[in-house]
Design a binder for this molecule. Structure first.
Ligand code: IPE
Ligand code: IPE
Ligand code: MG
Length: 232
């Protein structure tokens, strides 16, 4: 009998952590870790698409990451812009649909314009949907959802469906699997609503070392888990 209890996840979410430590172990600047992290993003997108995953949400920059020194946030914004340019070039070839989740506050106008263009130009692609969580905070998302719902001047109290319908990407199913790299075992303000029943997978692998094989390991682990959703 197969020990695979679940079909492959449709939606995988990843907290891509450990770039700084990867660089530190090599006596390199943290920026080198972030550059290698961008290469791991490329590999992981390719691997997820190949495995038939429908949705991949990647935590790239949190609202709390602005508390880092300006040299580091500048490097990260630079890399983000390069990544947007790269996917503007390549997303159609890979049939990727790009979505972006997060607050627009504090992002510069050039980056916002590139984000909007990339989302617009890939909207009809039918392959993997990559949801980039950029300047993302789950508590901020929930407050924004409540405010968007209030703006509809509701006549009735808020329901679960009302709140879910006003999140950043209401059309996406909840992630079945949430992966965090680098050994940390916390959510760091990521998808607090959507991960209510996600299976959590923690690996000591640092994000720049992550690849398709590590993704397959996580998916296999997920497929062997018994999910109960409060039942028996
Ligand atoms: C993840 O790596 C990338 C971002 C949070 C932007 P870190 O930069 O957090 O790396 P560590 O946790 O310091 O090793
Ligand atoms: C979470 O990692 C955010 C991203 C991966 C983008 P952090 O490195 O910011 O999280 P903490 O500070 O260790 O909780
Ligand atoms: Mg970190």
């Amino acid at each position: 009998m197969s020990d695979l209890l679940n079909p492959p996840p449709q939606h995988v979410a990843i907290i891509m952590d450990g770039n700084g430590r990867w660089a530190q172990r090599r006596a390199l600047p943290r920026s080198a870790g972030h550059r290698e992290g961008a290469a791991a993003v490329r590999r992981t997108i390719e691997a997820a698409a190949k495995m038939g995953t429908r949705y991949l949400t990647l935590y790239a920059f949190s609202t709390e990451n602005w508390s880092r020194p300006p040299e580091e946030t500048d490097t990260l914004m630079d890399l983000l812009e390069k990544t947007l340019d790269e996917y503007q070039q390549n997303a159609d070839k890979q049939d990727l649909r790009i979505l972006i989740s997060g607050s627009r506050d504090k992002l510069n106008a050039r980056i916002l314009a590139k984000m909007d263009r990339l989302v617009r130009s890939t909207a009809q692609n039918k392959g993997l949907t990559v949801n980039l969580a950029l300047n993302y905070g789950a508590r901020q998302e929930l407050v924004a959802a409540v405010n968007r719902w209030l703006a509809t001047r509701p006549a009735q109290p808020c329901t679960l469906q009302d709140l879910a319908a006003h999140l950043y990407q209401p059309q996406l199913p909840d992630p079945e699997l949430l992966i965090r790299t680098s050994g940390e075992q916390r959510l760091s303000n990521f998808l607090l609503w959507q991960c209510a029943y996600s299976e959590l997978y923690f690996t000591p692998v640092l994000w720049p070392d992550f690849n398709g094989q590590e993704l397959q390991k996580a998916v296999l682990d997920y497929r062997r888990r018994q999910r109960r959703f409060g039942g028996i």
